[in-house]
Design a protein around this ligand. Structure first.
Ligand code: FMN
Length: 310
C-alpha cells in the first residue's frame, strides 16, 4: 500500500463544539499564563493554550520548597498560586488571546458557589474559548476532601457551572477515587462537554539526613512519567464510560506516550511535567503523531482514538 502524504492527514479534533487544529496542549499549571514559554517555543502547533488555575482572589500558594524531584517524576505543592480573577482579566487574557489559538481557562473555588461565580465572571471576558474546572481541590466547607471525590458534589458543581456559563465546560477529574468511570458519568449527566484527566496523585518524599519532608507542606501531587501507566488506564476507564470527549494527560513525554493515550480513548492530550525538561515537546509530539499516522496509513487522528477497544 502507498504511504499517505503528510498533508492528507487530519490532525484536528473536536472537543464538544470547540475545534482544535492540533490535538496537543499544555497541562494547566505548567504553562503559567503563556508568557514565559513564548520566549523559547512557537505556539503555532499548540491545539490550545491552557492557563494555570485561577480563583476569585489571588493566592500566594504554599511556602518554599514546593517542588522536589523523584525517580521519573516530581512532587509539587504549589498550592494553586495565582493572580486572581481581576488581575487575570486586566493583565493576562490580552496576551493569550492574540495567538488565535483557543484559550482554555482552568479555575477552581473553595465552595460550589465560588465555582459558579467564577464561571459567570470568566464568561463575561472576551477571548476565552472554554473553561476547565479543576475539582481536585479541597472542599473547605466539607472538611477538606476534594470536591471531585463525591459524585453528588461533582453533579452539583458541574450543573451549577453550566447554569452560569455558555462556554464549553471541561471537568478535570482527580484520580483519587475508587470508581473514576462513575464520576465521569455523573459529570456528563450534569452537562460537562469534555472530561480531562488525570490530575496529580498525593505523594511525599523525605530527606533522611534532615529527617524532614522535602516539601514545606509535607505532601504534594506526583506528576511525570511515574504516573503514566495509571493515567492511561484511567483514561481508558473514562473513555468506555462516557460519550463526551476526553483530554488525557499524566506523564506524557514523547509522541509514543501520546499515541498510547489516543489509543486508550483520548481525543486530545495535555503535556505538563515533560515540558519542564523539554520546552519544545508539544510541537515535537505533534510532528511525531503525524508521522506515526502517515507511516501506518491512517488518515486522521480519529482512526486511532480508542482503538484498543475496537
Ligand atoms: C507545577 C504544577 C502545577 C499544576 N497546577 C495545576 C492547576 O493549577 N490546575 C490543574 O487543574 N492542574 C494543575 N496541575 C496538574 C497538571 O495539569 C496535570 O494534570 C498533571 O501534572 C499530570 O500531567 P503531567 O504528568 O504531564 O504533568 C499542576 C501540575 C504541576 C506539575
Amino acid at each position: 500500500m502507498e504511504e499517505k502524504n503528510s498533508q492528507d492527514i487530519s490532525m484536528s479534533v473536536k472537543l464538544g463544539r470547540l475545534l482544535l487544529k492540533y490535538p496537543v496542549m499544555p497541562a494547566s499549571g505548567t504553562f503559567g499564563y503563556g508568557e514565559e514559554f513564548i520566549e523559547i517555543t512557537d505556539y503555532s502547533l499548540f491545539g490550545a493554550l491552557v492557563t494555570k488555575g485561577i480563583s476569585l482572589e489571588p493566592s500566594k500558594g504554599n511556602e518554599m520548597p514546593r517542588i522536589c524531584e523523584t525517580p521519573c517524576g516530581l512532587i509539587n505543592s504549589i498550592g494553586l498560586e495565582n493572580v486572581g480573577f481581576e488581575k487575570f482579566k486586566d493583565e493576562k487574557i490580552d496576551f493569550l488571546k492574540k495567538f488565535n489559538i483557543p484559550v482554555i481557562v482552568n479555575f477552581f473555588g473553595k465552595s460550589i458557589e465560588d465555582y459558579a461565580i467564577m464561571a459567570e465572571k470568566l464568561s463575561c471576558i472576551d477571548g476565552i474559548s472554554a473553561l476547565e474546572a479543576n475539582i481536585s481541590c479541597p472542599n473547605v466547607k466539607e472538611g477538606g476532601r476534594a470536591f471531585g471525590t463525591d459524585p453528588e458534589i461533582v453533579y452539583e458543581i458541574t450543573a451549577s457551572i453550566k447554569n452560569c456559563s455558555p462556554l464549553p465546560l471541561i471537568v478535570k477529574l482527580t484520580p483519587l477515587v475508587s470508581d473514576i468511570a462513575l464520576i465521569a458519568e455523573v459529570a456528563e449527566k450534569a452537562g460537562a462537554d469534555v472530561i480531562s484527566l488525570v490530575n496529580t496523585f498525593p505523594a511525599a518524599s523525605i530527606d533522611i539526613n534532615k529527617r524532614k519532608f522535602k516539601l514545606s507542606r509535607g505532601y504534594g501531587g506526583l506528576s511525570g512519567p511515574a504516573i503514566k501507566p495509571i493515567a492511561v488506564k484511567l483514561v481508558n476507564d473514562v473513555y468506555k464510560a462516557v460519550r463526551i470527549p476526553v483530554i488525557g494527560m499524566g506523564g506524557i513525554s514523547s509522541w509514543e506516550d501520546a499515541v498510547e493515550f489516543f489509543m486508550a480513548g483520548a481525543t486530545s492530550i495535555a503535556v505538563g511535567t515533560g515540558a519542564f525538561n523539554n520546552p519544545y515537546l508539544i510541537p515535537q509530539i505533534t510532528s511525531g503523531i503525524r508521522k506515526f499516522l502517515q507511516e501506518n496509513n491512517f488518515s486522521s487522528i480519529y482512526d486511532i482514538i480508542g482503538i484498543v477497544n475496537n
